[in-house]
Design a protein around this ligand. Sequence first.
Ligand SMILES: C=CC1=C(C)c2cc3[nH]c(cc4nc(cc5[nH]c(cc1n2)c(C)c5CCC(=O)O)C(CCC(=O)O)=C4C)c(C)c3C=C
Ligand SMILES: [Fe+2]
Ligand SMILES: [Fe+2]
Length: 337
Amino acid sequence: MSQPKKAILLVNLGSPDEPTPAAVRRYLKEFLSDRRVVEGTGLRRLFWLAVLNSIVLTLRPKKVAKLYASIWDGDSPLRRILNQQVAALDLALQTDFPDSGVQVFPAMTYGNPGLAKRLKELSDAGYEKILVLPLYPQFSATTTAPIYDQVSAFQAAERNFPEIQVLKDYHDHPLYIKALAESVRQQRANQAVASEQLILSYHGIPQEYADKGDPYQQQCHRTSELLAQSLGLLDTEWQTTFQSRFGPKKWLQPYTDKTLEGLPAKGIKHIDIISPAFSADCLETLEELSIENRDIFNAAGGESYNYIPALNADPAMIRLLVGLVKEQSSSWLTKEN
Ligand SMILES: C=CC1=C(C)c2cc3[nH]c(cc4nc(cc5[nH]c(cc1n2)c(C)c5CCC(=O)O)C(CCC(=O)O)=C4C)c(C)c3C=C
Ligand SMILES: [Fe+2]
Ligand SMILES: [Fe+2]
């Protein structure tokens, strides 16, 4: 009897197709029109769409295209690393479970390769089971929920569709914490001057979203606590901050840039900084954290600033992904299923 075709979809946020103002504009329009990302109904929604079209999409693409150009590496790092993660997970599964028949594919919530199109392609190609792994360790209604929305919209539009399962989060998964801890230890083993603090900088969300029940902030704090415990850090040796503010509203605090600006005056001049919410390096880490925030820290009197890369396609990340697949769909990995 032939086996049902099974697919694993690794999904990340998305990037523009190229680092040009026109491509960035298309990407930002799709991303920032999502009601999960910028909430609001009625007049608030109309006001946001007016601001988006008249101000944001006029001014931002030119500035952001330059930032993307400064980190572009034949492709957006986020998409290039997603493809590496897909290839590495696929290889690990074919090696460990050669008869499983499971195949791994990339998808992105916004831009290409788009999730909605990918689901339709897999369904048309006869895949009967799909495991969607959003590459967001912490669940947020602004990032993971849009993946659920696209899966539901796809199913709502079809008469018959594959069985689809979506992983909600892995913020406290032992293999995730272990992978983060290993990367901090590796950084610390090689440094000339010992760091005084580990900064855990997460992408922010508007404070209002957290107040209304988004569990993201709590999950970020839990990840930080588990990582600090695993590294045996004292309370004074680490702190959690939030980066990548967008717009004039209050976002989760403390803000990364303001914190970094204040550290040297408190006598903390040597730091390591890691961004556990990003499973792959991207604009927000390679540019904002590694360049902009480094400059802020150094200008305030900081002396060493070590950015610890995202887990990317490191073996520890792939072990985590294999672990997640086993837990979510262990039966897929045997021949009969
Ligand atoms: C209201 C706006 C935004 C919310 C809420 C938000 C949440 C959020 N985003 C990520 C992960 C990423 N964001 C990235 C870029 C990015 N984010 C926003 C806005 C919001 N994000 C914008 C406008 C942009 C684009 C760049 C810019 O114009 O400043 C990226 C990088 C993409 C890349 O191609 O490199 C990632 C990844 C998380 C995890 C999150 C909330 C939990
Ligand atoms: Fe973002
Ligand atoms: Fe940013």
